[in-house]
Design a protein. Sequence first.
Length: 200
Amino acid sequence: MSEKKIAIFGGTFDPPHLGHLILAEQIKNNFGLAEIIFMPAGSPPHKKDKKISSAQVRYEMLKLAVKDNPSFLLSDWEIKAKGYSYTAKTLSQFVPQIKAEKVFFIIGADSLANIFEWEKADFLLSEGKFIVFNRPGYNFKEILAKKRYQAYQQNIFTYHGLNIEISSSYIRNEFKKGNSIRYLTLSQIEKYIKKNNLYR
Ligand SMILES: Nc1ncnc2c1ncn2[C@@H]1O[C@H](COP(=O)(O)OP(=O)(O)OP(=O)(O)O)[C@@H](O)[C@H]1O
Ligand SMILES: O=C(O)c1ccc[n+]([C@@H]2O[C@H](COP(=O)([O-])O)[C@@H](O)[C@H]2O)c1
């Protein structure tokens, strides 16, 4: 029997966009993952001073995002956990509960570039496995050539798929300006944003 591989895709998801879905699907295909667990951060540690939508709202949007893909699951674990959503906590407390031979974290190249600012980064990179998707403006080779990354190369799996320029901040800004956000996210999420009067 082949080993079951799954990944956790953590993020703020304010809002979830097509980039998140495209990269998750591409990674699922290319790494032979059985499932991807989308994990909205309850309290994102690096967005302490930023105005973000409530965890409940971000969770509901993500529910709409994953509902048509049976391989995309959703977890409220980081939302229910107390305090900041440190990935080190998710690795030590949530990952051991998962029934799979291999568990990866999915991040974008921008997150990889900042990972040494994360809580317990050395623990994360030595005990966790990261699948990293390219992001415009970030170069895998340049990031990984830095000395601090050298010891952890065996736990960092890069995947170069499509270059996707979409970001949640772009969507929020466009929407705020009164511009259409059609085709940047799913239509049901666009409807949700309008109905709940987000980002105005
Ligand atoms: N277009 C993209 N290409 C590659 N990685 C992405 C892309 N969008 C998001 N990610 C990755 O997905 C994870 C969650 O991202 P997040 O929910 O913060 O979206 P974002 O578009 O980066 O948001 P914001 O613009 O508000 O910073 C992060 O690890 C981020 O690097
Ligand atoms: O653990 C940390 O210190 C830490 C710092 C910044 C980001 N993260 C996690 O990285 C993921 C992407 O974060 P973000 O802010 O780009 O949406 C999300 O799961 C965050 O909880 C984690």
